[in-house]
Design a protein around this ligand. Structure first.
Ligand SMILES: [Zn+2]
Length: 314
């Protein structure tokens, strides 16, 4: 399962502990030892959580990528006292049509899962991950993705939940659907919406500006910091709209072993660890001359707590 980290503090020798806080987003089966569907090593979720805590991760938002995964995300969130999202990822959106009873029934099931988990520890804090991914239409054709992205927006309006959004090589259609469904400004407040975050953002400066103007946060992770164009975009994110995710020094990026050479307590190569969130914060701090590191982490922390309604973390 993918995890969105609620960012935390970097425990480098020169920084004081407790100073930085993060919220992470995490739902990857790789933390249970599964790589590409095959069990390659022992479940080391506990060790990963320990490393995350050491890096200042205070809480996590566990992302659901399908009906089944959303239920798993909730179960894990309830076990660990974290939070979860409920929704269907664009690359999994063919599941709507394949579902017994059809797409309406699938949406109804997502609706039921949300309705049953709106309060307390392990609650649903967002609808998603949903959106469009035109880089991976081999999993679900664009038309299928569009249909089921649109249908999930109704859940966000109905439950006044923020959206956890995914957009890849699909910006034009992505914003068009959001606009048509009433999310054209203030994050869709007029239709019951509560904004959201476009996670792992890899778009242009202009695309980011359009989304911020519509009232959406921009989530940055390692994927968002790979090219010069990416960095220009990251630099352009206004502080009130910035959010940090796991992605990319030995604390934030502990050296990993290959899945086959797994050692309990050590990170595994190819996985994206929650500890990495501090590294993302560091890059953003470096891009914005003169903005102290803790300002970046505190702003992202506040934005996350506020957007997802994590009042108890305040
Ligand atoms: Zn995504």
């Amino acid at each position: 399962m993918p995890v969105t980290v609620v960012a935390a503090r970097p425990p480098a020798a020169e920084v004081q502990a407790e100073k930085y806080r993060f919220i992470v987003n995490l739902t990857d089966p790789v933390f249970r030892g599964f790589h590409h569907g095959r069990k390659k090593h022992d479940d080391d979720l506990e060790a990963m959580l320990e490393r995350a805590r050491a890096a200042g991760v205070k809480s996590m938002i566990i992302t659901g990528g399908s009906l089944h995964e959303s239920k798993e995300a909730l179960e894990l969130a309830q076990q660990l006292g974290f939070y979860a999202t409920v929704g269907c990822h664009p690359t999994r959106s063919a599941q709507f049509d394949q579902f017994r009873g059809g797409p309406e029934r699938y949406l109804e099931e997502l609706d039921k899962v949300i309705a049953a988990n709106l309060t307390g520890k392990g609650r649903v804090v967002a609808v998603g991950e949903c959106g469009l991914d035109y880089d991976r239409t081999h999993f679900a054709p664009a038309e299928v993705q569009r249909r089921h992205f649109r249908s999930q927006l109704a859940l966000a309006k109905k439950y006044h939940l923020p959206l956890f959004l995914h957009s890849r090589a699909a910006h034009k259609d992505f914003v068009q659907i959001l606009r048509e469904e009433g999310f054209d400004k203030d994050g869709g407040k007029a239709v019951g919406g509560k904004g959201g975050v476009v996670h792992s953002f890899t778009g242009t400066v202009q695309e980011a500006a359009e989304l911020m103007d519509m009232g959406f946060h921009i989530g940055l992770n390692g994927c968002s910091l790979k090219t010069a164009e990416n960095l220009a975009t990251a630099k352009s994110i206004r502080p009130e709209w910035i959010m940090l995710e796991t992605a990319l020094n030995a604390l934030y990026f502990p050296p990993g072993t290959k899945p086959e050479a797994f050692v309990y307590g050590r990170p595994v190569k190819g996985r994206n660890e929650p500890t990495a969130i501090g590294g993302v914060a560091w890059v953003v701090h470096k891009l914005n001359d003169g903005v102290p590191f803790e300002k970046v982490t505190e702003k992202a922390w506040k934005n996350t707590v506020e957007l997802f309604g994590l009042a108890e973390l305040r």
